[in-house]
Design a protein around this ligand. Sequence first.
Ligand SMILES: Cc1cc2nc3c(=O)[nH]c(=O)nc-3n(C[C@H](O)[C@H](O)[C@H](O)COP(=O)(O)OP(=O)(O)OC[C@H]3O[C@@H](n4cnc5c(N)ncnc54)[C@H](O)[C@@H]3O)c2cc1C
Length: 297
Amino acid sequence: MTTSKTTVEIHNAYPLAPLTSWKVGGLAQWYAAPKSLAALEECLTWAERSGEPVTLIGAGSNLLISDRGLTGLVICTRHLRGIEFDLAKGQVTVAAGEPVARLALQVATKGWSGLEWAVGIPGTLGGLVVMNGGAQGGCASDRIINVQTISLGGIAETLLPEELGFAYRTSILQAGDRIVTAATLQLNTGFDPQVITATTNDFLRFRHRMQPYHLPSCGSVFRNPHPHAAARLIEDTGLKGYRIGDAQVSELHANFIVNCGHASSTDIIKLIRHVQTQVAQKWAINLETEVKMLGEF
Ligand SMILES: Cc1cc2nc3c(=O)[nH]c(=O)nc-3n(C[C@H](O)[C@H](O)[C@H](O)COP(=O)(O)OP(=O)(O)OC[C@H]3O[C@@H](n4cnc5c(N)ncnc54)[C@H](O)[C@@H]3O)c2cc1C
């Protein structure tokens, strides 16, 4: 059902599972996917007038959404698109919904270095900034000049990296009270496009060899508890391949939980808790989740 008279459609009882990389989760009470900033502002006005809480999602590649679904309005930013290059400064301003992997390949073909590591990340630019996503020693905050945001109350603000509390896979944006609409990144220019593209493709091949890209997952489920690697701890606890329902600790990379077919969020959360308990018993280390949980479990 679509109830809105505005230019953006606000859907009732909208299925969220297809919008997540794990392919699990229930319905959004209300759902909108604005394609412009004006449409996004309409969504926020609608939520404020209706008294509905707002939940943000990008490409859903780092989310575990409850089987019971989400109340309020879910706003998906993956359709906010646009990339602008500033050739003189070597900067690129990227809208929140742009796919990170495609951006990495696009800048590589210009001979711009700095995002080679990002090619294996199946998220949007917005999600990458919020998560301070990274790989192969690089991360988003290394490249961010500023982040354009709009508060849930509709106030636009451009924030500098030092205002965003960036640290390992975290930022203050995870509080969920601001929407990332775009970010400007600084890259290193003047390289041979073929060399940067080859390095980027090498990273992608490496990722496909070492990680289970062939099955639905959310990437790394747990944060690495410094100085340990979560995958090593889980593997050394004997949990590789351990399964609850159709949720399985990947045989290829123990920090991935894969959906082998018809896993539910309940299967996945049970498996997450089992892994946490077993690792804590064996090593006295608490594994914290990197994946963001939405809804009631
Ligand atoms: C196969 C695979 C490999 C992966 N590899 C990596 C990796 O190497 N490194 C890494 O860091 N991650 C990795 N991930 C996890 C994931 O891709 C990243 O965390 C990614 O940055 C999430 O982006 P997203 O658009 O999917 O965000 P979502 O998962 O949709 O959301 C993540 C968080 O950001 C918030 N959010 C999303 N968009 C906005 C917005 N516009 N404004 C405000 N808040 C927003 C959400 O509310 C949520 O809290 C991997 C995932 C998969 C499935």
